[in-house]
Design a protein around this ligand. Structure first.
Ligand code: HEM
Length: 126
């Protein structure tokens, strides 16, 4: 029985690429988030986030081929993430998600995940 993954249902790679590109366009101008990124070029970070999300939602496993086990909470320990950083991250993600025009049930599922994941990454009371 062929199964359609969430990744396929929302349009595959172009959808995740747009989500992450729109998100990072917001991060690029954000006074809280931009200084947290160690690299001058946000392109590689955008690529890592896109590959991770594609893998999580049933797309190609390129993220783990290149980066190994995600261990995302551990990978965020070097960055101070409190409520302010979490909310800034979620604001840009919400704006990015709104540009996709997904069917409401997909949009709700993706957003619920992103809110949970962002809360999970909080490692400081601020
Ligand atoms: C990496 C910030 C939440 C996924 C990073 C980096 C920063 C950062 C500064 C380093 C950039 C890089 O070299 O890739 C934040 C902040 C968050 C947050 C402030 C606020 C809550 C999340 C969430 C996810 C996520 C919710 C997943 C749904 C990733 C991934 C990487 C990353 C996949 C690259 C990990 C690697 O392979 O090295 N994040 N992040 N982040 N973040 Fe976040």
């Amino acid at each position: 029985v062929p199964t359609v993954t969430f990744y396929d249902a929302v349009g595959g790679e172009p959808t995740f690429r747009k989500l992450v590109d729109e998100f990072y366009a917001g991060v690029a101008d954000d006074p809280v988030l931009r200084p947290m990124y160690p690299e001058e070029d946000l392109g590689p970070a955008a690529n890592r986030l896109r590959m991770f999300l594609e893998q999580y939602w049933g797309g190609p496993h390129t993220y783990s081929e290149q980066r190994g086990h995600p261990r995302l909470r551990m990978r965020h320990v070097p960055f101070k993430i409190g409520p302010v950083e979490r909310d800034a991250w979620l604001t840009h993600m919400r704006d990015a998600l709104d540009t996709l025009g997904l069917a409401p049930q997909y949009e709700a599922e993706l957003w619920a995940y992103l809110e949970r994941a962002a809360q999970f990454m909080v490692n400081s009371p601020d």
